[in-house]
Design a protein around this ligand. Structure first.
Ligand code: TYD
Length: 139
């Protein structure tokens, strides 16, 4: 069984003037980008996320600072430290995710393949486990 953590390494184009990091839909992320949001102002003790999406796929990278992302599906729980602006994590649908241990000035960039829709969220952990296990049993 493969791991849950799938990282993308975005190309940094640097020269004497500094760097530039392009991110293109369908090329640098595995979907067409329909939404971009940033998470910031997070203190170290804060936990964010703590939900899964029914259909939305996302990719997240810390474009400043770092944070730890915890991923969980019906089989396993894994964590990864996002600590470089070009280290992007794929968050598929039906994967519970939590962000914690934010460094000062952490800025998390998230790209998504859907527009915001609260009905796409599963915020109840018990319900998430129930749905994930049901999906596994019907696969
Ligand atoms: P929330 O999902 O609670 O954030 P987190 O994943 O970090 O726990 O979202 C915080 C608020 O922002 C909430 O009122 C919903 C709103 N929101 C949008 O309006 N659009 C979006 O794309 C997202 C992700 C959230």
């Amino acid at each position: 069984m493969s791991g849950l953590v799938e990282l993308l390494e975005w190309k940094m184009r640097g020269d004497a003037r500094g760097w530039l990091m392009p991110v293109e839909g369908d090329r640098d992320v595995p979907f067409e980008i329909r939404r971009v949001y940033l998470i910031g102002g997070t203190n170290r003790g804060i936990v964010r996320g703590a939900h899964a999406h029914r259909v939305t796929s996302q990719v997240a990278a810390c474009i400043n600072g770092s944070c730890t992302m915890i991923l969980e599906d019906e089989h396993r729980r894994e964590s990864v430290r996002l600590d470089a602006q070009n280290k992007a994590l794929v968050i598929p649908p039906m994967v519970w995710h939590e962000m914690r241990d934010f460094s000062p000035e952490c800025l998390l960039l998230v790209l998504a393949d859907t527009l915001y829709d609260e009905s796409d969220y599963i915020r109840d952990y018990g319900l998430f486990r129930q749905l994930a296990e049901h999906d596994r049993d019907t696969r």
